[in-house]
Design a protein around this ligand. Structure first.
Ligand code: GLN
Length: 492
């Protein structure tokens, strides 16, 4: 029976060999969604009809021997922060509910050119603000491994979709960990590219200097194949870098001899769950057995990362979200008396509490009299954090750390405790502040079978090294082959 649980290389070779068709694969994904997504909550919109049409046309073209794109016939789920002409885009917010954008994001164009099957839009924290997907206006996403726990966030729907076999590939965005952390909570691979590697054109902006689009897959090769399609220069994003995209997949099987791994002692200290710590230590042993050298590095400013991020990101968000005023963009209040009341009623009714909190924090940090004390200082700290990493990468190839302090947390645990939610981002946000690529790969489970990810970071635009280092671990382990017990005993 065809399922979307296989890895991308396996599925592509089955398609090429004629052992399955894109339509069969798409139907299998749609069937899995119909059966299980009520419990998981991964999708906000399922594009069944258009997915079938694309799949049929790819199958026809394959049968006719026509040339096909690199992801031909593979279903891909899309975070609802990316605009799509043929599917609604809500960004997890009532503000954009019912909106179908007039253009495609750059990465959507790339996916269409690659002959991927766009199967639907996935759930997320409202405007990508959060770490559990509970800030979505449309309900939480649960990790398919344990349905009373969150999928992580903000790209929780994309991570859960891949974990549950709703799609072999998914696209997310990562501003402070939103690809890597849900990948860890859902037991899949998630990669945040270097800032500038993937165009942000058509990604609904949260914090523009931190946002990056990236792939989710079951394994490293899948993430590499999707990254090859997403990455590349685009003139419509001024921060998109004009440099060649390596053929990441071709390099994957080449191990990195004498790999130098940096670890930061503070990452293993207080507050880290013991299961996560043990998983990390075992992972380092897997590397050591392959000849890697593990050495301590110093990242002296990383303890300021949470404070720095929670000034920079909300400041940019307060500016970016000004466009949702009921006129330029967004839902307009029905009854109002004058322009100001229209603005405040529209924004007051359509934004959720976390988005309002960020707008207020950011507006405060940017206001006259506070700008120097908060925003400007945070920018200086950001520079120091980036310099720490540049120095560290003079002596190591990759840095290994936890992704999150704990495995997936129960639904509700962090929802009303924003400070705890912010603190839990401590391991992921520095990569965004410094613009570095980072990956989370499945590395084990807690005693109650919640997945635990391993984070690897590399220097800017060293995704090839990052992926090869990740593949070295994956070849020696089979965590990425474990499937969640969706039919089993983890009922909500
Ligand atoms: N949890 C972080 C935040 O709430 C990161 C979110 C993200 O990467 N989009 O801002």
């Amino acid at each position: 029976m065809t399922t979307c649980h296989e890895t991308v290389p396996e599925l592509l070779s089955q398609l090429v060999a004629g052992d399955t068709t894109s339509l069969e694969l798409t139907e299998a994904c749609l069937q899995a969604i119909a059966t299980h997504d009520e419990a998981v909550g991964a999708f906000l919109h399922v594009a069944g009809d258009s997915a079938r049409e694309t799949a049929e046309s790819v199958d026809r073209r394959r049968a006719a021997g026509e040339p096909l794109g690199p992801l031909a016939g593979l279903p891909v789920a899309i975070k609802d922060a990316l605009v799509t002409t043929d599917q609604p885009t809500t960004c997890g917010s009532r503000m954009l509910e019912g909106w179908t954008p007039p253009y495609d994001a750059h990465v959507i164009e790339r996916l269409r050119q690659a002959d991927a099957v766009l199967i639907g839009k996935t759930n997320m924290d409202e405007f990508a603000m959060g770490s559990t997907t509970e800030n979505s206006a449309f309900g939480p996403t649960r990790t398919p491994w344990k349905l009373d726990c969150v999928a992580g966030g903000s790209s929780g729907g994309s991570a859960a979709a891949v974990a549950a076999g709703f799609a072999p590939l998914a696209v997310g965005s990562d501003t402070g960990g939103s690809i890597r952390q849900p990948a860890s909570f859902c037991g899949v691979v998630g990669l945040k590219p270097s800032y500038g590697r993937v165009s942000r054109y058509g990604l609904v902006a949260y914090a523009s200097s931190l946002d990056q689009v990236g792939p989710f897959a079951r394994d490293v090769a899948g993430a590499a194949s999707l990254l090859e399609v997403l990455a590349g220069h685009d003139q419509r994003d001024g921060t998109s870098v004009d440099m060649p995209v390596p053929r990441f997949q071709e390099q994957l099987d080449r191990p990195l001899d004498g790999l130098r791994i940096g670890i930061c002692p503070e990452h293993f200290s207080e507050g880290l769950d013991t299961g996560v710590r043990e998983t990390l230590e075992q992972a380092l042993d897997v590397y050591r057995r392959q000849g890697a050298v593990v050495q301590e590095i110093e990242l002296p400013h990383s303890r300021f990362a949470v404070a720095c991020y929670y000034l920079v990101a909300p400041s940019e968000a307060s500016s970016n979200l000004a466009r949702y005023d009921g006129i330029h963009y967004g839902r307009r209040a029905e009854d109002y008396d004058g322009l100001l009341q229209m603005y405040s009623d529209s924004r007051g009714a359509a934004f959720g509490p976390e988005v309002k909190r960020r707008i207020m924090l950011g507006t405060y940090a940017l206001s006259a009299g506070y700008y120097d004390a908060y925003y400007l200082r945070a920018q200086k700290v950001r520079r120091l954090i980036a310099q720490d990493y540049s120095r560290a990468f003079e002596s190591v190839d990759v840095i290994v750390s936890p992704v999150a302090p704990t495995p997936a947390v129960p639904v509700g645990q962090l929802a009303n405790d924003p400070l705890q939610m912010y603190l839990a981002d401590t391991y992921t946000i520095s990569a965004n502040l410094a613009g570095l690529p980072g990956i989370s790969i499945p590395a084990g489970f807690s005693s109650d079978r919640r997945p635990i990810g391993l984070q690897l970071l590399a220097d800017s635009f060293a995704e090839d090294r990052l992926l090869r280092a990740a593949a070295m671990y994956e070849r020696e382990t089979d965590w990425h082959r474990s499937l969640p017990p969706l039919d089993g005993d983890c009922s909500p």
